[in-house]
Design a protein around this ligand. Sequence first.
Ligand code: TXA
Ligand code: MG
Length: 319
Amino acid sequence: MQITTQSFGTTPDDIAAAAGILRAGGLVGFATETVYGLGGDARNDRAVARIFEAKGRPHFNPLIVHLPDWQRAQAYAVFSDQAKALAAKFWPGPLTLVLPFVEGSGLSPLVTAGLDSVAIRVPAHPVARALLRAFDGPVAAPSANPSGRVSPTRAAHVLAGLSGKIEAVLDAGPCGVGVESTILGLVDGPVLLRHGGLPAEALEAALGTTLTTGGNAQKPSAPGQLASHYAPEAAVRLNVTCPAQGEFWVGFGPDCTGADMSLSPSGDLVEAAANLFHILRVADSRANGSIAFAPVPEVGLGRAINDRLRRAAAPRPKG
Ligand code: TXA
Ligand code: MG
């Protein structure tokens, strides 16, 4: 899909227009103090699917949810006393906390890539804060660059990579910090998942401990864990055009007459990505032993969808 990308400044009218685009499910590039983010409504499956499409990401890794303050973040993440203390000390600022998520908070499962934790960030940039307040909801935002390219620190970088793929960019000049936020995992004790704009030493001083850097934010909490979290109970078969008797068949595109459900009846990859995690759950609860997925083309978002389906189909350890 090719669209016209509008370039906004930072007047109150510009911010209101950008918030309106987010509300309508559109995508907005916006400045934070670290790097420019590519924002979409974190509750809107289709908007989140379009973030992955615009970036051309070959897999669904979890996104950071941006909020204007800690109070509003509590609707989405469970804050321990330790998390509250860090939030009070470092937010707003270049620190992302990975926390247990609040069940039923309405976040799209694509945002967390099916994990039961969520990454929360309260940015300090005044334009980011104004946009988040005007939108008044959770904004999923990876860095606003095509997958595999460096993070953008100016609106021109965002346009160079994503013009024609997103609705708008809010130009607030160069980012002050210039590297992404530091990511601290607080799900099973503090783990530094990514070095970034807040020095690890500052976190260590606040926590009173030395941080381990065992985790890897690119491959959250070990790829195996990610895979098994999304592994349905039922067996999963891929590229099935002719399901077996009694098998639960998930179609894609118009040629799947008789399918029990469809990722997208019209064969729209954005719709399929938006439906994927919901359908995995529903199919698993309704299937009688085996789920068969119709072929999904290995192009654009189809690569990320197939990556996730292959994980669901992969043999896995029990327990
Ligand atoms: O400074 C930043 O953090 C920028 C601005 C836009 O806020 N955002 C950013 O997002 O760098 P992104 O998507 O490029 O990086 C997010 C990282 C990913 O490496 C992802 O794996 C990790 O956060 N992450 C997100 N949720 C996670 C989770 N539940 N567990 C572990 N890692 C997670
Ligand atoms: Mg990035």
